[in-house]
Write a protein that binds this ligand. Structure first.
Ligand SMILES: *Cc1c(COP(=O)(O)O)cnc(C)c1O
Length: 392
């Protein structure tokens, strides 16, 4: 069975081609040129409606959305922001960029926030970013109860979680602000791009102005005039806007989202069932309130030493399937010890232990049953060969 292409995304829908041709003809690429209905504005309206949130602001990346979210909270300089110890390097980077100090929280074997460590560190922080890393949702009931009791704002980094539900509520709508990515490896692929959503007029007004709505361009954002007038000329302009071509790409894919989410979950569960049958693999299950929207699978190797885990990853690669062990692949951007730019450096023994045996395998949503079986065969075959070698 030949292996599928595990890196390319789905083709862009034809509706985008027509719209992009129109934009190329008119040269109308800047979001604030048209007097109304610019593709970026339409994307914001459609995304907000889809998520059931009051406001949306489209920007150049999810990293930009996280940065603007932190600035919108108007935190004091050097404010402490708690983030998970298992996330993408863009998250501590956004905190540093916003002149804040990242405080790392332990993450458990199931890739979710360790609530004991979270509760212990919460009294010393000014804000929290929860990364739903690879779409794994932390216990948002417990987190919101703890944070609401102390009036600590929560930003949801839902970059890779679009379509996930928590008690039937859309992920990204639980905290004060939710941030999503349209980078090519995420559910909606605009190459690059991001969007933030919130119900708070003051927060979105600050983010709109700082995203680069200079002079009176904020008038092209509905429902925010009061707050924007108050912040006019009071905030720096960082120019993190989205352009109309990116918006056209993202808009064309919004109708595809429910199908992509359903296919991704079906694919994930098929591979999880096959891998989970091995005595050396644990696939952490979803939490009870969580309905996942995965386009990859994570699993832990158990009862194997580091050398065998390395041989396993090498054997998968040799057979054509890239399995990354987060803590063992060189310079992995999701291993907290590689975030040498943060001050102070922090040690997280539980998270470190998890990262040393946690594996990451992409499962693009367009893969078919035969593709998935072939991938599972390679992973289980590689595991079989390295564990036999150990036993011998
Ligand atoms: C992809 C990702 C980001 C960064 O998104 P960009 O749009 O590339 O800036 C942040 N956090 C998580 C969890 C991600 O998966």
């Amino acid at each position: 069975m030949p292996l599928p292409d595990m890196h390319s995304a789905e083709p862009i829908p034809d509706s985008a081609r027509i719209e992009i041709e129109r934009l190329l003809q008119s040269g109308d690429l800047f979001r604030y040129t048209a007097s109304s209905d610019a593709p970026v504005s339409l994307l914001e309206a459609e995304f907000a409606r889809m998520m059931g949130s009051t406001y949306a602001l489209a920007v150049s990346s999810c990293s930009a959305a996280l940065f603007l979210s932190l600035l919108s909270l108007d935190l004091p300089r050097n404010a402490k922001v708690m983030i998970p110890g298992f996330t993408f390097a863009a998250v501590p980077s956004a905190v540093v960029h916003a002149n804040c100090t990242p405080i790392l929280c332990e993450v458990g074997e199931n890739y979710r926030i360790d609530l004991a460590d979270f509760a212990a560190k919460l009294p010393s922080v000014d804000a929290v970013i929860i990364s739903h890393m690879r779409g794994h949702t932390s216990d948002m009931d417990a987190i919101m109860t703890l944070c609401n009791a102390k009036d600590i704002p929560v930003i949801e980094d839902a970059a890779h979680s679009l379509g996930t539900l928590w008690h039937d509520q859309k992920i990204g709508t639980i905290g004060q602000i939710g941030c999503f990515s349209f980078q090519s490896y995420k559910m909606i692929n605009a190459g690059e791009g991001g969007i933030l959503i919130t119900d708070d007029e003051n927060l979105v007004a600050r983010a709109i102005i700082m995203s680069g709505a200079y002079e009176h361009n904020w008038k092209k954002h509905p429902g925010v005039s009061q707050a924007c007038m108050q912040w006019q000329n009071k905030l720096p302009l960082y120019n993190l806007r989205m352009n109309n071509l990116s918006a056209a790409l993202a808009r064309s894919q919004l109708p595809e989202l429910p199908r992509r989410v359903a296919d991704g979950l079906r694919n994930h569960d098929l591979v999880a069932a096959r891998l989970g049958a091995s005595p050396y693999i644990v696939v952490p299950p979803a939490l009870a309130p969580e309905t996942r929207a995965p386009d990859s699978i994570q699993f832990n190797l158990i009862n194997l030493d580091e050398k065998t885990i390395k041989s396993f990853a090498d054997a998968c690669a040799a057979a054509g399937v890239k399995v990354q062990v987060f803590g063992l692949s060189t310079d992995n951007a999701r291993a907290f010890w590689n975030w040498e730019f943060i001050e102070p450096q922090q040690e997280l023994p539980k998270t470190r232990k998890m990262l040393m045996s946690a594996c990451d395998l992409r499962l693009p949503v367009q893969l078919k049953r035969d593709d998935l079986e072939a991938i599972a065969d390679v992973v289980l075959g590689a595991l079989n060969s390295v564990t036999k070698a150990v036993a011998a």
